[in-house]
Design a binder for this molecule. Structure first.
Ligand SMILES: C[S@@+](CC[C@H](N)C(=O)[O-])C[C@H]1O[C@@H](n2cnc3c(N)ncnc32)[C@H](O)[C@@H]1O
Length: 259
């Protein structure tokens, strides 16, 4: 039987993504929970539980165990972001909020960390986690990253972890990241890319929503980042992911100081 592909219908992709991550948000255990899904963002990779989460806050406080396993990322954008106290950070597709909490920790009370996610259940979960952790400078907004609910030129850093591959059209997310960054601001995104254009068989709802089917070749991905206006664009980390066609990258770029 042929499984129908969804790549030509952006609204179907968006609906399927929102539905999958609403289910992921309401699971009580982490990403590696058994049925209905073995993992949320990738299967059979070297790290099927998702991204790398820092182990502790700067004051030595450890992340509660259930939160540590809530990461659905595929890289470590914060490592390459080199956050400084007082900075404002925006996380595209913030999920349960882990990268936002660690960003908020790094920028301190004088800074801000804003997570944006389109799945109401994820935003609710992130807000509940914020209450548990008591991190005042973390904030979560419901919205699509193609239309960021963030004012122009107000962020020092935009991060994202395993989200942009899920978009039917990746271009608007990079454009929005550029818009909200101040001149000289930096973009650091971890994501799944492919070695070559993926065969049509990858374009099923299951594979797309698992961060596999929407991946594009690395050179196309970097071209989109540059096209949005970023300069000094570089891959700062690569690691194997899922099958041999796909891998995870962390990409960094800078908004020019002068337009
Ligand atoms: C694989 S999870 C990653 C979550 C988080 N970044 C992490 O590392 O745990 C993808 C997240 O992106 C969100 N998402 C997907 N497409 C989005 C869009 N167009 N706008 C906003 N959020 C989106 C989903 O709701 C989900 O929470």
């Amino acid at each position: 039987m042929t499984v129908p592909t969804i790549a030509m219908d952006p609204q179907a992709i968006r609906d399927a993504v929102r539905e999958r991550y609403a289910r992921a948000a309401t699971r009580t255990s982490g990403c590696c929970a058994p049925a209905p899904e073995a993992s949320c963002c990738g299967n059979a990779g070297p790290d099927p539980c998702g991204g790398e989460v820092p182990v502790a806050f700067t004051d030595g406080r450890a992340l509660p165990g259930d939160l540590a396993s809530a990461s659905l990322g595929c890289g470590a954008p914060l490592e390459a972001a080199a956050l400084r106290p007082g900075e404002t950070v925006v996380d595209l597709g913030s999920g349960a909020g882990l990268d936002v909490f660690f960003a908020a920790d790094r920028v301190g009370p004088a800074g801000r960390a804003i997570g944006v996610d389109m799945t109401p259940e994820m935003v609710a979960k992130a807000r509940a986690n914020r209450e548990r952790l008591g991190i005042a400078q973390a904030e979560f907004r419901l919205g699509e990253i193609e239309h960021l609910p963030v004012a122009d030129a107000t962020a020092d850093v935009v991060i994202s972890n395993c989200v942009i591959n899920l978009l039917p059209d990746k271009r608007p997310a990079f454009g929005e990241a550029h818009r909200v960054l101040r001149p000289g601001g930096r973009l650091v995104v971890s994501d799944i890319v492919s070695r070559e254009p993926l065969p049509e068989a990858y374009r099923t709802a299951e594979r797309w929503t698992a961060c596999l089917g929407g991946a594009i070749p690395e050179d196309e991905y970097l071209a989109l980042v540059r096209e949005a206006g970023f300069e000094a664009v570089e891959v700062v980390a690569r690691r194997p992911y899922a099958d041999g066609r796909l891998f995870s990258v962390t990409v960094r770029g800078h908004k020019p100081v002068r337009a």
